[in-house]
Design a binder for this molecule. Structure first.
Ligand SMILES: NC(=O)c1ccc[n+]([C@@H]2O[C@H](COP(=O)([O-])OP(=O)(O)OC[C@H]3O[C@@H](n4cnc5c(N)ncnc54)[C@H](OP(=O)(O)O)[C@@H]3O)[C@@H](O)[C@H]2O)c1
Length: 222
């Protein structure tokens, strides 16, 4: 039996995913930049000091995992920078969101390729804000583009990893009460989001690999 790896595990949805997997008695490697008291309480193995935008940090992760195999990798770490608009584009913020939200999951997944075995799964925590068809309100250039680009990368990964027997899911967690959108703004709590996300990961197969799902089970448009 391999283990579950979750990035951005110290708070928010990542922390709730760790708690959900741990409640099932699974081995979880919780990866973060810096740990938290709540994360330590889960009893997960914690690896801190991993910024997903840094090659050296991700290599530390590879060395830490050593020869162990991974059942599920959840690329959850992400950032949202409000405030870019057509009148006032924030190019630095756009670049930062690409670095974390798009290139981060590619960097981590690529570095861990040798840890996957047939049956392993990769889950991308993306957003319906990255859906072009669903963009009814505009704005949020950097975040929307970074998640749309992640979606494209994840579909390529689904194609590229099929021969290895590895499936890839693109998952929207809902509007979740975390620091990202403000804990009073969410429609659901992280625990509920995590429960749905884990259901979608359970249901993922090579046949459904590369699909875009809401954690509630709805199929989302590109
Ligand atoms: N909340 C929502 O409604 C919502 C909706 C759609 C999609 N999402 C997606 O869900 C995922 C989790 O978001 P959340 O709501 O739980 O947000 P959150 O509470 O702000 O947590 C974000 C997590 O990402 C980590 N992170 C940020 N930059 C990182 C970096 N460079 N390297 C490593 N880790 C980094 C943070 O670590 P630090 O503590 O070190 O900053 C934190 O653990 C994100 O991908 C987000 O885009 C959330």
């Amino acid at each position: 039996m391999g283990m579950i790896v979750v990035t951005g595990a110290n708070r928010g949805i990542g922390l709730a995913l760790v708690e959900t997997f741990r409640a099932r008695g699974l081995d979880v490697l919780a990866v973060c930049r810096s740990s938290s008291a709540q994360l330590e309480e889960t009893g997960a193995e914690v690896l801190s000091g991993v910024d997903v935008t840094k090659d050296g940090d991700v290599q530390q992760l590879v060395q830490h995992i050593a020869q162990r195999s991974i059942d599920v990798l959840v690329n959850n770490a992400g950032i949202l920078r409000w405030g870019d608009s057509l009148e006032s584009p924030q190019f630095e913020d756009m670049r930062a969101q690409f670095e974390v939200n798009t290139l981060g999951p590619i960097r981590v997944t690529s570095a861990l390729l040798d840890c996957f075995t047939p049956g392993s799964k990769v889950a991308m925590i993306t957003s319906r804000m990255g859906s072009i068809a669903d963009n009814g309100s505009g704005g949020a250039y950097g975040y929307r583009m970074s998640k749309a680009a992640l979606n494209m990368a994840a579909v390529s990964m689904a194609r590229d990893l099929k021969a290895r027997g590895v499936a890839v899911a693109l998952l929207h967690p809902g509007m979740v009460a975390t620091e990202m959108i403000g804990v009073t703004n969410g429609q659901i709590q992280p625990a509920e989001a995590a429960k749905g996300l884990v259901k979608r990961i359970d249901a993922l197969t090579l046949e459904t690999s590369g699909s875009f799902w809401h954690q509630n089970g709805e199929s989302l448009p590109w």
